[in-house]
Design a protein around this ligand. Structure first.
Ligand code: B12
Length: 468
């Protein structure tokens, strides 16, 4: 049986779909040897020809004569995935289509309504995908497979019970060879050495999938990095783990193990999960960039976001950032506003803490809390959710940056109802206009300019002169 895993077109940046190589290696070692990855985002050269980009992609897939098509879907990829699945089904209605990923896991019913999928795989995909493929291969019953959602014979949406998370030590080395061209062309890769986090921050979609943190075998991670270095000449990578430094013993062992590989790398870490010993180990093993989600300068707001920072004071946070900068790390601190239980005074505290960090030498990011569909905070603060046209209010896009709006210009409007960028939460004590003015004032004071992903001048010229 020929399985095609699909990475949708979603960005002008060719991020290697490592998540699909993890899925592929698991089903390959468990019997589905004829598994391939079509990395549309990398393989479709002229993304500027958006006219019939969906047809071009569906034809490319069908030319490979797959027996099953399985597509990954996060919030950015959602509109394209819906259109692509319909284009494939129109040409080959009997071809089973499976969709998985963070967006599919958070909104299975929406995918079953708006896309043409036979099955939605929710959560961790390896075991569920394997079991579903075995059932399709043996033409046996799929009704009792944990972790899938589908429409039953009468068209009613059925959600089977969730699947337990697998023993992460079972995960083989990802099948990097299935995206070798992308890896060879790319000098930056996002890897994950663990899955999940121990915390349940209100704005994070990750904890809906992963519930708690499981850490991969150190040897497995070491081998992955070694292959990327030796076979694909990758020089730098980022650990996309929600919090790489959650377990001290494990992170010290990991740093000791990967040090001899002499790679440059970055990671995401909670501000309260690092100490002197961990910082020294990170530094000596090639870590040069640390990304912290600080979120707010207000202690109360951090508490209400369920950050549960152990020593939840601005003094502690500032001291830790200063220490990291003195050690020589490139420190990025991410803040957000547009938080439903935030006050004008809280936003001022955020600006002041961000300013102090900037003066210490940290890089600052200021985002709007984006209500990703399926997040609990949307239900809790539905009354404060308001629609917004971020472009008109000169507010930055979180989900779709300008280039992606261009990529999807043929159908993005159709999905505007489901685009988290079109919504935001109103703070407690401000109307929308007051908030927008305050936001711009803070951005200005922090000299944060609206960023767009690094496009070539030619690409930027085309985008700038395209009326969207
Ligand atoms: C690496 C990463 C990135 C990288 C690159 C991703 C890439 N290569 O494609 C970069 C930096 C580009 C990125 C960008 C963004 N990201 Co990001 N990112 C991540 C991160 C940290 C790790 C993703 C990962 O590899 N996880 C490990 C793999 C194994 O997990 P996975 O992808 O979910 O796959 C598993 C399952 O979902 C499932 N599965 C996935 N695909 C499929 C497909 C099939 C067919 C099946 C059966 C199963 C399946 O099985 C897999 C294995 O079990 C996650 C956080 C996280 N913890 O996951 C955020 C995350 C995915 N990102 C997120 C967001 C919001 C973004 C942005 C849109 C916004 C932003 N400001 O960050 C931007 C994109 C901006 C833009 N407009 O382009 C959100 C997604 C929210 C949502 N509801 O969609 C996450 C969850 C962060 C969060 N905590 O909320 N991101």
């Amino acid at each position: 049986m020929k399985i095609l895993l699909i990475n949708p077109i979603w960005s002008f940046q060719n991020y290697p779909p490592i998540n699909l190589t993890e899925l592929a290696s698991y089903i390959i070692v468990n019997g589905f040897k004829n598994t391939k990855i079509i990395d549309l985002n990398f393989e479709i050269k002229n993304k500027f020809n958006t006219e019939n980009i969906v047809e071009i992609c569906s034809r490319k897939i069908l030319l490979k004569k797959p027996d099953v098509v399985a597509i990954t879907c996060n919030a950015v990829q959602f509109p394209f995935v819906c259109e692509l699945s319909k284009a494939i089904k129109n040409q080959k209605p009997e071809l089973p289509i499976i969709i998985g990923g963070v967006m599919a896991s958070l909104n299975p019913s929406l995918l079953l309504k708006l896309a043409k999928a036979d099955y939605i795989i929710r959560g961790e995909g390896e075991q569920t995908l394997l079991e579903l493929l075995q059932a399709i291969k043996n033409n046996s019953n799929t009704q009792n497979i944990a972790g899938i959602s589908y429409k039953n014979k009468s068209g009613k949406i059925q959600h089977n019970p969730a699947r337990e998370l697998l023993d992460i030590k079972e995960l083989p080395i990802p099948s990097f060879d299935l995206i070798s061209d992308n890896l060879t062309a790319n000098k930056l890769v996002w890897l994950t050495a663990s899955r999940g986090c121990a915390y349940k921050c209100k704005f994070c979609s990750g904890n809906t999938l992963w519930h708690y943190q499981r850490r991969k075998e150190i040897d497995n991670i070491y081998s992955q990095i070694k292959i990327l270095k030796t076979k694909y000449k990758i020089k730098t990578f980022v650990f996309g783990d929600d919090c790489l430094t959650l377990n001290k013993e494990w992170i010290l062992e990991l740093c000791k193990k990967i040090k001899p590989l002499e790679m440059k790398w970055g990671c995401l870490a909670r501000i309260d999960s690092v100490d002197d010993e961990i910082l020294q180990a990170l530094k000596q093993s090639g870590c040069c960039q640390i990304y912290h989600g600080i979120e707010s300068g207000s202690k109360t707001v951090r508490e209400m976001l369920d950050k549960q920072i152990k020593c939840n004071t601005n003094k502690f946070i500032l001291n830790m950032v200063q220490k990291e900068i003195l050690i020589g790390f490139d420190v990025i601190c991410s803040f957000m506003t547009g938080i439903p239980f935030e006050t004008k005074q809280d936003i001022t505290k955020t600006a002041s803490l961000a300013k102090q960090m900037k003066s210490l030498g940290a890089k600052i990011q200021l985002w709007l809390l984006t209500p990703y569909l399926g997040l609990k905070i949307i239900q809790e603060y539905k009354k404060q959710l308001t629609t917004i046209n971020r472009a008109n209010s000169n507010l930055q896009q979180d989900v779709f940056n300008t280039s992606q709006i261009y990529l999807y210009n043929n159908f993005i409007d159709k999905y505007r109802k489901y685009n988290p960028d079109n919504y935001m939460f109103l703070p407690k004590d401000m109307d929308l206009n007051t908030f927008i003015q305050h936001f711009h004032k803070i951005q200005k004071s922090l000299e944060i300019e609206q960023k767009n992903i690094q496009l070539t001048n030619k690409e930027l010229f085309i985008l700038k002169n395209t009326k969207l």
